[in-house]
Ligand binder design. Structure first.
Ligand code: NCD
Ligand code: ZN
Length: 336
């Protein structure tokens, strides 16, 4: 197949950051995605109606210069001591999800959650308000390769304690997490990134250390990757796409920041994975349908055209080294 047009996709997990660089990052995402859920790990974090509204305004003005239109979905950060009123105020400001970062797990998460008990009132309010609980599922105290599996019991306890709460376990990286999601009720879903579908820890560290592949959760084994691919192509609506595009400028990468700038290449990578698995016809469900259905949103209008037209991922884009820099990609994506 040389060309394929599908419904314009959603990105249910993207970091657009803050400040002057946002405009470039937002336009890059809008070139492929018609809608995205913006993660709240900025400083100060959006934890109130004003915070959510301010960050939305910043994202929308960053998008104003983009050649493509895109709708923004906002999230707030769940912080210890956040009461019912603050959660309902964030919902009132239009946030669709609250993000749970275990304290210390990742970029700007020192103010995260030490344990679910510390945010009980907030989680109960989210359940009542019909908000989605978005979880960075890693136990920062476990060995780095075991952090995701080590956090699954915490997710288990949250799923059991809040029987109506909708939950998204973000950026799955292990076969164990895929199994867990399959075994939870259908109100629990998961995002999967293009990089966890495409690469393993050997791409990061098998030869020379390549920080362009360094993200949390770490890329894992081929067995894990295969389980993720099987879930993504299965058509099971509980598994949908979130890029976890998380740009860091070179100076931050040089000092070890976790996060990959995936937005420029994510759809090309995902198309290659689905094609390789003989499932290109199911890509649309994974990137453009299942997530919207889980979040209870209308499907996007407009389309995305994929053309078989090899291109080389540049060494630098928007002041950042993109994911898979220097590789040749088979599929080129453009919104139509
Ligand atoms: C993300 C970032 O830099 O904001 N980094 C990453 O490695 N994934 C944080 C996150 O996704 O939680
Ligand atoms: Zn992320």
């Amino acid at each position: 197949m040389h060309e394929l047009t599908m419904r314009a996709p959603d990105d249910f997990h993207v970091h657009l950051r803050q400040g002057p660089a946002m405009a470039a990052y937002a336009s890059r995402s809008a070139a492929c995605f018609a809608r995205f859920l913006v993660m709240p790990n900025v400083v100060p974090p959006p934890v109130s109606a004003v915070g959510v509204a301010d960050y939305r305004r910043a994202v929308e003005s960053a998008l104003a210069t983009s050649a493509h239109r895109a709708a923004t979905l906002m999230s707030f950060k769940i912080v210890p001591g956040m009461g019912r009123d603050a959660v309902l105020a964030c919902a009132g400001a239009g946030a669709v999800a609250g993000k749970y970062y275990p304290a210390g797990a990742i970029t700007n998460s020192a103010d995260g959650v030490p344990g679910p008990e510390a945010v009980h009132e907030g989680l109960a309010a989210m359940e009542d308000a019909g908000l989605v609980l978005s979880i960075h599922g890693e136990d920062p105290l476990a060995p780095v390769l075991e952090r995701e599996e080590g956090f699954l019991p915490v997710v288990d306890s949250i799923v059991a304690r809040y029987p109506r709460l909708r939950v998204v376990l973000e950026h799955l990286s292990t076969a164990a997490a895929v199994d867990a999601v399959r075994n939870w009720p259908v109100r629990v879903a998961a995002t999967i990134t293009a990089h966890h579908l495409s690469f393993t820890i050997d791409d990061l560290a098998g030869e020379r250390l390549d920080p362009g592949y360094f993200c949390k959760p770490l890329l894992k084994t081929a067995r894990d990757r295969n389980a993720l691919v099987a879930a993504a192509i299965s058509g099971d609506g509980r598994f949908f796409f979130g890029s976890d595009s998380a740009p860091h400028p070179p100076a931050a990468k040089a000092t070890g920041a976790a996060g990959v700038y995936a937005a420029p290449v994510a759809i090309s990578l995902a198309a290659t994975v689905f094609e390789g698995a003989g499932a290109l016809d199911r890509l649309e469900r994974f990137v453009s349908e299942s997530g919207a259905r889980f979040y209870g949103l209308p499907l996007n209008e407009g389309g995305l055209r994929l053309t078989r037209e090899p291109w080389t991922v540049p060494a630098e884009l928007d002041g950042v080294v993109p994911l898979a820099a220097g590789t040749t990609q088979v599929w080129r994506a453009s919104r139509v």
